[in-house]
Write a protein that binds this ligand. Structure first.
Ligand code: SAM
Length: 369
């Protein structure tokens, strides 16, 4: 079965979540919306009252962020990680592993489109794709949207997480797990790549963050990417979900970029804002040949029309995708800094932050108009 099309914005949260409140009366008429859009009212914060439950994200030692929850759908522990699936009030249903947000209903499309599509649209003929991680099935959904794909092998460590996502996160996978081209493997991604002898056109790494000694630590090192490179066909592309990439936390992304550059000649960072991730999110695309600045927005739009048609994508357009590869002066400076790379068996101790030396900056003297 082909992956069904992503559903349009629902009137109420999906998956049997409580229905959205009816629309309040307003002293003006709401303008009509295009056919696939509808209005949705946020719950009245006061009506939620004292019984609120929160999930606190503590990925940053200096900040905590509380997500108010409407309902806990599942809470438990697998042999590999703690799992929480809950309906948040601001972001819809969310998957949280080991206390870290993995994706949320309201913005998972932008995260997954931007993870998968820049590589899939650019590759001339992606036939065999490997996804490492990607438990929700949305990375698989975006991959299988390409008719050129013959096999999409998804290797996730945790069968229990995948089963929970299959049951509770249907708007993410849209049936992609049942597509005859999907091949599901429950194994450690690093071991799989070291022992596999197949070749792939596109490799997508969508594993949990590089938490200290977490289950995905060995999927971020130079040694891993060296193995992975041997599994790529000519024209192969690798894309990696590459951690928070903001001025609050850029060190792991920049070190990962250097790590990929130690293995591949062409490596580019791009980023997008994902509200439920509380910051700008980074991705890295690596290969022997792909230089994003050599592809125009119009080229990407043509590839979208040819490969996916006009209705599949919710966010990505040619010009938008291109803009995500354009960085401000400070970010370009940080990406160009030499520094440590990620190696097997070596703890990552981030280098110190680089600050400006305080000085009174004089206004630029410009020629008289
Ligand atoms: N978007 C996410 C993020 O921002 O971190 C990644 C989402 S996806 C749910 C992460 C998946 O990585 C999980 O399903 C987890 O089981 C899987 N995973 C963790 N370590 C792994 C490993 N060593 N090999 C394969 N999959 C792994």
């Amino acid at each position: 079965m082909m992956a069904e099309h992503k559903p349009s914005t629902p009137q109420s949260p999906g998956n049997g979540s409580p229905a959205a409140p009816p629309l309040r009366e307003r002293p003006y008429e709401l303008p009509p919306l295009p056919p696939n859009r509808c209005y949705e009212e946020l719950p009245d914060p006061e009506s939620i009252g004292e019984t609120e439950v929160v999930f606190v994200e503590q990925t940053d030692p200096f900040e905590e962020y509380s997500f108010r929850l409407q309902r806990i759908v599942h809470q438990g522990k697998t042999p590999f990680q703690d799992v929480l699936i809950a309906d948040t009030l601001n972001h819809g249903r969310a998957l949280v592993l080991d206390g870290a947000m993995q994706s949320a209903e309201d913005d998972e499309e932008i995260y997954h489109e931007m993870l998968v599509q820049p590589a899939m649209l650019r590759h001339p003929d992606p036939r065999d794709v490997i996804i490492i991680g990607g438990g929700e099935g949305a990375t698989l959904r975006e991959t299988l949207a390409h008719r050129s794909v013959r096999t999409a092998t998804m290797v996730d460590l945790d069968e229990e997480v995948v089963d929970l996502c299959r049951e509770h996160l249907k708007p993410w996978h849209c049936g992609a797990f049942d597509d005859h081209r999907a091949r599901l493997v429950y194994a450690d991604g690093r071991e799989f790549i070291e022992n596999d002898d197949r070749l792939y056109d596109v490799a997508i790494i969508d594993v949990v963050d590089m938490l200290d000694n977490g289950p995905a630590q060995k999927l971020y090192t130079r040694q891993f990417y060296e193995h992975l490179r041997r599994r790529l066909r000519p024209n192969g592309l690798v894309v990696v979900q590459a951690l928070e990439f903001s001025f609050v936390d850029d060190k792991p992304h920049v070190a990962l970029s250097r790590t990929l550059r130690s293995v591949f000649p062409e490596v580019y960072s791009y980023r997008v804002h994902v509200p439920s991730f509380l910051g700008a999110w980074g991705y890295l695309i690596a290969s022997d040949w792909f230089r994003p600045h050599e592809t125009s927005g119009a080229d990407i739009d043509r590839a979208i029309q040819m490969k996916l048609g006009g209705d599949w994508l919710s966010h990505l357009t040619g010009d938008f995708a291109k803009s995500c590869f354009t960085h401000c002066r400070e970010t370009s400076f940080l990406l160009a800094q030499p520094g440590p790379i990620l190696e097997d068996g070596v703890d990552f101790i981030p280098p110190p932050y680089i600050d400006d030396v305080d000085q009174i900056v004089e206004l630029p003297s410009l020629p008289d108009r």
